[in-house]
Design a protein around this ligand. Sequence first.
Ligand code: GTP
Ligand code: MG
Length: 364
Amino acid sequence: VTILFNLGEMATATESLDEATFEVLGEELGYKIQMVSPEDEDKELLEGFGLDLEKELAAESEEDLEIRPPVVTVMGHVDHGKTRLLDAIRQTNVIAGEAGGITQHIGAYQVWTEHEEIERAITFIDTPGHEAFTAMRARGAQVTDLAILVVAADDGIMPQTVEALNHAQAANVPIVVAVNKVDKPDANPAKVRQQLTEYGLVAEEYGGDVMFVDVSARQGTGIQELLDAVLLVADAGLDLTANPNKSARGVAIEAKLDKGRGSVATVLIQSGTLRIGDSIVAGTAFGRVRAMLDENGDAVEEAPPSRPVQVQGLNSVPRAGDVFIVTEEDRMARQIAEKREAVQRNALLAKARKRISLEDFTRA
Ligand code: GTP
Ligand code: MG
């Protein structure tokens, strides 16, 4: 407090300080201050339980790895047709064979499609805009392998189109462009291609390496070509493998509190296989997998890599982007969740304390 006072900074002993102030203070006291991010802190917490996710992945041997479906996010400007396109894609689902049937919204779904005479699955994440994408990335969860950038052919590039492609590029996620609404009389798909050139997305037909596919989500045209493009890009440059034969890890895509079913979380499995009865922890939520539902509302017993499922059994609602892990014992899941909660509580307390001490200060 004295040193800070001499530096012209009024602070009490229990107050939170910003990073720069801490560094100066450390220097004055002859210490080197090291800042620990919340992510690092959580990593340490997990390591305390013998869980080192990165090390585990690095230790995975080639022969444990199996091909998994690509995970695709649909992004684009408001009203350019993301939701409609996702609906159109869902209706081409060749295996479920229930086009037009009742599909529950679970925030993510898998479709099967025939590609070069082989039936292949693709996982789609139905994020409401790219806020969720950004939120997930902010929490260190890279969920998407590939992004479909939807651009309405009558509207062209709009601010959120640029934002979306910036996010995808920052995340190093390859982009396939869906030029939508080509059924409209004023559609100008060539203009979209030309506009995107300025942002480094050059169409193959213009000598670039980005696949553009003209689609009409309304009429359902171009959808198969779009799915083919996704699989071509996935097969050409992405290493889409995971070990299905271990306990599961993944990310919560969305979650809510349901009146009858309690906490319901849509999770995407990233490696391992999730099973009924598994103990899991996602952020500060923990519990046992009581039931799992697929996008059709059908109960499933297990979920392999890239599979999105709705999970029931958590004691509270995780946030979008929270990483989940399966623990060997119920106790460990509970302990991790409780420690995280304590960390969050302390951070909140520190903030509250700061406010109070500032008020005290102004009153004095
Ligand atoms: P937000 O979620 O609000 O960002 O919008 P969105 O991108 O999900 O767009 P949405 O799918 O809701 O479509 C917006 C409007 O465009 C709706 O009225 C759709 O019916 C219409 N629309 C979507 N695709 C097409 C298309 O291929 N052709 C035509 N003519 N209209 C389309
Ligand atoms: Mg929408």
